[in-house]
Every structure is written in C-alpha cells, then in structure tokens.
Design a protein around this ligand. Structure first.
Ligand SMILES: Cc1ncc(COP(=O)(O)O)c(C=O)c1O
Length: 423
C-alpha cells in the first residue's frame, strides 16, 4: 500500500514561508521557546514509554515527568503531589470548578458559588452549566478598570458558599486582581469555602507562590509562557475536596485519568523555569514596550480610550503601583469596529486581537468591557495588544506609524464618524 509523504513537509512550509511579521498577541498564545523544544525532544523520541508502566522504557518517561512536576512545584511553592497535569487552561478551570462544586454538594456543604463577570469563558461557561445543575452563582461586578470590590466579595460569602473563583490577571485588559486580599476576605468569613484562581495569564508576569496567595486551586496553561499547547496544570491544596471529572486509569493519583503528555509537561516545566529565571529582564522589556503603546496610541490617534488600569509607569498621574499585566495594552476606538482594524493590520504585517481570541469573529461586544461599563458601541471598537520576548522597539515604532492611517481610512468610511459629514 502506498503511503502519503509525511505531513511535516507541509507544516514546515507553513512555518518557514512567512515574511517578517510583528506578533502582538502573546495573550492568545506564545511561540515555543527553542530551549523548551530542546528539553522536550528526548521525550518525543527516545523516552517514548508510558510513564505508568514498569519496564526500563517507561522509567525514562517517568523520571522526566517526575522531575518536571518537581520543577513546577518548586516555582509554585507546593509539593509535586499537589499538582495535577492537564491538557491546558480550559481543562484546569473545568476540573477546578466542577470538581470542587460536586465534591462540596456530595458532602452536603452547600451550593453557592461566587465568581466575577470578567472571567474567561472557560470559567463562565462552566458556572453557567453548574447553574443548570442547581448550583447558585453570584457574578461580582467590576469597576471601570476591571477590579472587583473586596468588600462586595466578602458580603457575598455566606455559610453555604462552597467555591470562589476569581482570575488573577484578566486576558483582555490585563487587570491584576488583589488576589491575596480577596482570599483573606473570603476565608475570614468562611474558612471552608474553596478559593480557585485562573492564573493562566499570570504565569511569567507575576509571582505565583500559592502560599503567599493563599489559594486552594490554581490553573496554568503552558502555551501562554512559551511552552507547548495542550499542556496545563491544576494546583490543588492538600485536603481540598475535588471530584475527578475525567474517569479511567489511576494516573495523577486518580484525580485525572489518561496517559500523561510527558513531553508537554517537560516543556511546561522548562518554560516556567525560564520565565522564573528571566522574570526581571522579561517583565522590564514587556513594560517598556507596553508603556510606549499605552502612551503612543492615544497620542497618534484621536478618539481612543485606554481600557484597563493605567500603570503609573506610563501615566505619572495614575496611582502608584501596577495593577496591570506587564505585557498588556488595550484600547477602544470610537466610530469604528475592532475587526476591520485587525484585518488591515494583518495585511500590514501585524498580528493582534480585538479582545479574547475566543470572541474573534463575533460582533458581540466583549463581556469584560461591558462589565467595566464601556458602552456597547465603543466596546465594539476594541483592540488588545500583548507584547512578548521577541518584540523590539522598532516593531513598536512601525506599529505606531502604521495604525493612524488605518484608523483614519476606516473612519472615513464609517457612517458614524462626525468628520465624515464635514468632508
Ligand atoms: C484567562 C484564561 N483562562 C483560560 C484560558 C484557556 O486556556 P487554554 O486555551 O489553554 O485552554 C485562556 C486562554 O486564552 C485564558 O486567557
């Protein structure tokens, strides 16, 4: 029988044939760090055994998995056994929320869940499903910069509150929640309430020590910090009740069935270690580029609003302290929609997003911006830029030179643009 040539020939052509591009969408995903690929390679080639088996081939894979787990645990400040490896952020969030909610219901502890209105859909769609299953869910509002109110959170906690899920860093506008304070406020009122955080956008941007944060459950996804796609982790504080959601074998101490993605987990550990070791230089680089965007876009384009908190580094009049992810600059443009701007930028060689990648293609305004009180019309003109390790000042200059022409061309076609009537 004749076989097709290996499809890698096709993939290689896709990856290598692009002219130089400017990638400003690192919150959607990041390229694989070549050092991460190098660390993964032995587990994609020589050490291909099933880590649950007993023979020599398996033991190489087991050792790789164990040392990767230990490295991740070292960075989070937990024990290796406190980690469940998953297939990414969505799975970690699903496992955390459903696992904790159903374990609490089974123990007769209550049915009340608290989350925020600006969570990723991996959390919101899961809480919606839990509502259909009879759980009660409180959705906390946020202020105009995307911050929850800790007093409001504490007021919402009752004796029957079983679970609170508040994201650490927002994926659209970069708001960094005061997480340790939020956990303290919840535990003061109800020490038994389980606290989960979606830290998918926080890894590499901010410290993830689970004891300083006080969280019981924390979700990660490797592809957001230069690791591979399809690898993630859920931290589970010892004695946190959690019902497994994927059934089958006894992997991950029977908390998540299925043969582990050994190469993926090794890649995730290597990427997290690199993010940890290079934390200072990387975040300083992101911040410098981000601030040039936060200042440069409104300077060059009229009728633009920065969304999310203004960092004091970019706006000296803003409050001291960060409150915003080092890599995120997001905006709303009046009188035009975000999507045509993105298409025009793509043609000009720049990749960016209109909010979360999951809502791209939909004309609905982002739920995050709506919750922050941005009017629907303005929210439809949203753009998210997230910088990364390989971006340069020259690339930001090019972007800042290219954007104003695109916006004014699109506005000249917009029926709502007031200048149009005058031209
Ligand atoms: C905050 C947040 N949570 C969860 C996810 C889902 O992660 P994954 O794509 O790895 O399933 C994302 C991805 O965009 C995210 O930004």
């Amino acid at each position: 029988m004749q076989h097709e040539p290996p499809s890698s020939v096709h993939y290689n052509r896709i990856v290598t044939s692009r002219p130089e591009r400017i990638y400003l969408d690192h919150a959607a995903t990041t390229p694989l760090d070549p050092r991460v690929l190098e660390a993964m390679m032995p587990y994609l080639t020589a050490a291909w055994g099933n880590p649950s088996s007993l023979y020599a081939e398996a033991q190489d894979a087991r050792r790789g998995l164990d040392s990767a787990r230990a490295a991740i645990a070292g960075i989070l400040g937990c024990r290796p056994n406190d980690l469940i490896v998953t297939a990414g952020g969505s799975e970690s969030n699903n496992l955390a929320l459903r696992g904790a909610a159903w374990a609490a219901r089974r123990a007769g502890r209550g049915d009340h869940i608290i989350t925020s209105a600006i969570e990723h859909h991996a959390v919101l769609h899961t809480t919606e499903r839990l509502e259909q299953d009879g759980f009660r869910v409180t959705y906390l509002g946020v202020d105009s910069e995307g911050f929850i109110d800790i007093g409001q959170l504490q007021d919402a906690v009752g004796d029957d509150t079983i679970l609170v899920s508040i994201m650490y860093v927002n994926n659209e506008v970069g708001t960094v929640q005061p997480l340790a304070n939020a956990v303290r406020a919840v535990k003061e009122k109800n020490p038994k309430a389980v606290f989960h955080t979606d830290a998918v956008q926080a890894a590499g941007m901010i410290d993830l020590d689970v004891d300083s944060l006080g969280v019981d459950l924390l979700s990660l996804a490797a592809h957001k910090f230069y690791g591979p796609k399809g690898a993630g982790a859920l931290y589970v504080r010892p004695r946190t009740p959690l019902l497994p959601q994927q059934l089958g074998g006894t992997q991950e101490k029977s908390r998540r069935a299925g043969t582990e993605n050994v190469a993926g987990v090794v890649g995730m550990a290597t990427a997290l270690q690199l993010a940890h070791d290079e934390f200072g230089s990387r975040t300083a680089h992101y911040r410098e580029l981000r601030d040039r965007l936060l200042v440069g876009v409104p300077e060059r384009v009229p009728n633009v609003r920065v969304t999310g908190p203004l960092p004091s580094s970019a706006h000296p009049e803003a409050l001291e302290g960060e409150g915003r992810a080092a890599n995120n600059a997001s905006f709303c443009f009046e009188y035009i929609e975000g999507e045509p701007i993105l298409i025009a930028l793509d043609l000009a060689g720049v990749a960016c997003s209109s909010g979360s990648a999951c809502t791209t293609g939909s004309l609905e305004p982002s739920h995050v911006l709506t919750a922050m009180g941005v009017p629907d019309d303005l929210a439809r003109g949203s753009m998210r830029l997230t910088v990364g390790a390989s971006n340069t000042s020259d690339q930001i200059d090019y972007f800042l030179e290219t954007l104003p022409g695109i916006v004014s061309r699109l506005r000249s076609l917009s029926p709502t643009w007031p200048e149009r009537a005058r031209s």
